[in-house]
Design a protein around this ligand. Structure first.
Ligand SMILES: *Cc1c(COP(=O)(O)O)cnc(C)c1O
Length: 380
């Protein structure tokens, strides 16, 4: 029986949904606790940038707060405002850091909203110190030093300048000195140990402050990488932080697409755009209402399976904007009927498997998940 969306559900109602995305908030909380156990006794912050990796920060942030998270990282300023409003009464005292730094918003907005910038350059340090003088009180921030990513954070020459003139930090309450790993998902990559060494050296040269270094994969590089605060994102959402080992995290999402039509092909034919895929006479093809406009990437064309119960069903031909085609010839007719749902992401095919087939990473699959899905949240 189709049911309409409850108050927790978003997007089109289930009855009208072309696809249903189920997001298991209990699994996210479980993953948080799992990471905290790995880190013990080190504190575990959470990264909820990009709408909590596409899963919906309005529901994910309060669930993480319930599991004990107190420190949140976003990329952009407005994402931090979303976290604040999501936490609302649950956690008015949450500590929120904006990774993109003072470039992300006018400086007075950080102060006005009680948000902490991650200072990424000497220029930003100067501006924040000046804001502190103007405010007549110390202002909190994290300080990001670059140790090999060459993306954000103080480069070596600016670190040298700061180490020689630490008075530049006057008025800044350095809550964390942080850096970010480039290759943490490749445990044997030599850059990991090199960055660790550079980070330890940077710490020695600057005024004492708590330190933050590890992302999801960094947590699994061992205690040397943990410092005082870890910053996992992807692992919370079920992406494997240890790609060369079994996934220690619980799966968080399930994506089910609805069959619109099942057609009998009586003579050899092609399916879909470009006539790229031939099927023999006697085939049965199910058309499912998910496409690349939903973030179901076009490069998955001809490359993956979907699942109907325990049975795998190959995707055939090109992914179109709103549709995919499945070869259901091997199934009895009653196993694949219009209105039925097929599993596209789920226990048989997780986010990482889909990412491998698409030649990308689970992060991109998650953050591409479409706005047209009917979203159902479990727990919270
Ligand atoms: C995105 C990000 C993280 C989280 O990384 P995951 O690999 O998703 O755990 C941590 N720190 C910084 C600076 C980031 O940009």
């Amino acid at each position: 029986m189709a049911r309409t969306g409850g108050p927790d559900d978003t997007g089109p109602t289930r009855a009208r949904a072309s696809a249903v995305l189920t997001i298991d908030l209990e699994a996210i909380k479980k993953n948080y606790r799992r990471l905290r156990q790995e880190l013990r006794p080190v504190t575990c912050a959470v990264v909820v940038k990009a709408n909590a990796y596409g899963l919906g920060v309005a529901r994910v942030a309060p669930a993480l707060a319930k599991a004990g998270a107190r420190t949140f990282f976003t990329a952009q300023f407005d994402e931090a405002l979303q976290v604040q409003s999501a936490l609302g009464k649950t956690r008015p005292t949450a500590d929120i850091f904006v990774l993109n730094g003072l470039a992300a918003a006018p400086i007075e907005d950080f102060n006005g909203h009680g948000l902490n910038p991650v200072l990424n350059s000497l220029g930003e340090i100067g501006a924040w110190a000046q804001a502190a003088r103007a405010a007549g009180r110390a202002l909190p921030a994290a300080l990001h030093v670059d140790t090999g990513m060459n993306r954000l954070g103080l480069p070596q020459n600016e670190l040298d300048t700061l180490a020689g003139d630490p008075g530049r930090l006057k008025g800044i309450e350095v809550r964390y000195l942080m850096s970010h790993l480039a290759c943490a998902d490749e445990a044997a990559h030599p850059l990991n140990a090199e960055q660790l060494l550079r980070f330890e050296k940077a710490r020695e040269r600057l005024p004492a402050a708590p330190a933050s270094f590890a992302n999801s994969s960094g947590i699994f590089l061992g205690a040397d990488y943990h410092f005082d605060l870890a910053r996992p994102g992807a692992a919370l959402y079920g992406v494997n932080p240890t790609p060369d080992r079994p996934n220690p995290m619980a799966q968080v999402i399930r994506l089910q697409g609805r069959i619109l039509q099942v057609r009998e092909i009586d003579a050899p034919s092609t399916v879909g755009y470009g006539a790229s895929r031939q099927v023999p006479g006697g085939s049965r093809v199910a058309t499912v209402a998910v496409g690349y406009a939903d973030g179901f990437l076009r490069c998955l064309s001809d490359r993956i399976k979907s699942w109907i119960g325990e049975r795998s069903v190959p995707l055939i031909g090109r992914v179109s904007m709103d549709l995919i085609a499945l070869d259901v010839s091997a199934l009895p007719a009653e196993a694949a009927r219009p209105g039925d749902f097929v599993d596209l992401i789920g226990p048989k095919q997780d986010v990482d498997a889909l990412a491998r087939a698409a030649g990308t990473i689970g992060y991109e699959i998650l953050t591409s998940l479409g706005a047209r899905y009917h979203r159902v949240y479990l727990g919270g």
